[in-house]
Design a protein around this ligand. Sequence first.
Ligand code: HDE
Length: 717
Amino acid sequence: MNNMTNDDRKHHHDSRGDQRKENDKKNQLESFTVDHTDKEMRTNQGVPVSNDDDSLKAGKRGPTIMEDFHFREKMTHFDHERIPERVVHARGFGAHGYFQVYKPMTELTSAKFLQDPSVKTPVFVRFSTVVGSRGSADTVRDVRGFATKFYTEDGNFDIVGNNIPIFFIQDAMKFPDVVHAIKPEPHNEIPQASSAHDTFWDFVVNNTETAHMIMWLLSDRGIPRSFRMMEGFGVNTFRFVNGQGKARFVKFHWKPLLGVHSLVWDEAQKLAGKDPDFHRNDLWNAIEMGDYPEYELGVQVIEEDDEFKFDFDILDPTKFWPEEVVPVQTIGKLTLNRNVDNFFAETEQSAFHTGNVVPGVDFTNDPLLQGRLFSYLDTQLIRLGGPNFHEIPINRPITPNVNNQRDGFHRMTINRGITSYSVNAIQGNSPHPVSKSEGGYVHYAEKVEGVKIRARSESFKDHYSQATLFWNSMSEAEKRHIIEAFHFEIGKVDRPEIRQQVVDMFNNVDEGLAKEIAKGIGAKPPSKPGGTAVTTSSPAVSQENTIKTASTRKVAIIVKDKFHFHELKQVIKGFKGYGVHAELISDTLGTVKSEEGKEIHIDETFTTSESVMYDAVFIPGGKHVQQLLLEDDALHFIHEAFKHAKTIGASNEGVDVLANAQLHGIAVSGTDNSPTPIVSKGVISIRNAANMSSFTNAFVNALSKHRHWVREKQQSS
Ligand code: HDE
């Protein structure tokens, strides 16, 4: 490639035509992939192995001999098979997919992957939690990472985003501080994967720029239902630059087509024990089943001339651009359609970097972004063991990397030729830089002037207005969840003075909120009037207003011997039509037999599963109910689903189980044989089995609402 002329290069691109694209990365990865099915075992030196079970000994009961190269190689490799986990975002899960732009974005950016709607740009995404270690649980309260690597024909472009559009701090200088404060405390390394402890809240009350982010973290956004049901945000302000060199400020968004949905806190905590891999399982299984997660890429754009027209600084990463003020244009779609072959090789070794941009995308002076531009490259040097991590298959661009960089640990490339410097005459000054018009990356020529100073801009000083805006935007249920989250988090803080400081700090956001916080943590209500002057809201940030669909949701069906087969069959068939999945639960694996004598396979048992792993529960009719009525596990299942505001349904005798469960404030169908189901706060019941389709429709409709928060209210009142 080194000696290609520009015409060659152009031709090379054109001739590959439409085959380039989606499979380019897959094919590249496949050239590194090995499969040992039916292969002979060989050492790393390629020597055939005769025995992999016994070390070489001086006598059958004697000591192992030094010359056992096979033993030494095997053990040495094992001894060294761990690498440092990421300093933050250690626990993550990745998947492959592709991105397609809806229409040419030429007016906004020259980025090639945003020009041609027929091009499928390969993508790798890694979702993560921030605070916990690699082995921690998925459903902890935390920010989620949403890092995307686009393998474009102009090189790799990474959007290293989170599921919350703002951040804790305004200047990268403070990143080590916030991370030290939130990580487990240094003396005893407790607590794991949690912000509910003294050092974090000590940091919060002494660094009030965190106020807005805390509101989001303690909202339902901190406990997503699924990686498939959360937004992603680039957080920092970037630039789009078009072919004429015109630049605009831009923020990136990922909008999930399944909407933004969350767990409830009690459920999240239980899941952390019952299924620490809940989000991993969810994503992996969705992809395996062909329920490919999809997210639209949105951009918010601000003209350079409008930089100072907002009541917040557009470079302040603790502020978001309300969608009602700066609309989000959706410009393309990401589809995740392929699980990795090997977690370590792909997900663990993936290295993202905010500095990985392509022509058409540029940076701004956002002081958090500026620091990130240093940190991401730096951190890989220790984590991936040297400067050649770009050669690890998952990190390789699908374009060649051609330059004079050489050597270093684990160098894979064999560079031919004797020059590795520029300017050279011996190899005709190859490789040669290309001009902007030939596609070379040229930084946006922003005019910058100023005196050197360690200081914060005055325009960053307002820490509370948008925290109030966020609070104002929350539905009643969301507000209640935030207050409860404060009660949990601050309830875990030992020092009473910090608990009081939290009340006083959040009084600056909203007085009513501060009073409610105080009630649950043994602190005094705020002593002064609180709040800001902000009375507006941003409906777009409330999850109440998100997309609602039952598609891909998971229903637990409880059955024992002598259930009604035809009811079950009709309901499952109805679910399928809506893309809803069902799993059958009983007290043992194997099969159960219906009243009609049909056998069906059980997927999970009361021992291997819990209602927290499902979105809803259904009990069909039949004589099995007589046993279910005596079964504590079944009742517990229903009570938990009820407590977590989930959809619950029953048909015929199954309704007796609901009646027996005494669900507070719920009406269930009587024995009048009415053909229409009774729908009561997300609990659906019917006695008339002749009409299961009206039941299924009502059930799926309730399921699509995600949760029935009205029940929580009656429980707490
Ligand atoms: Fe990161 N961040 N970060 N971060 N971040 C890392 O890079 C850093 C920030 C985010 O799946 C590290 O490779 C600084 C905001 C994600 O591999 C490290 C600052 C946002 C991931 C780092 C921030 C993020 C990371 C650790 C403040 C949302 C995981 C391992 C100035 C927009 C990527 C690594 C993956 C990872 C530095 C703040 C997102 C240390 C200095 C804001 C999704 O380089």
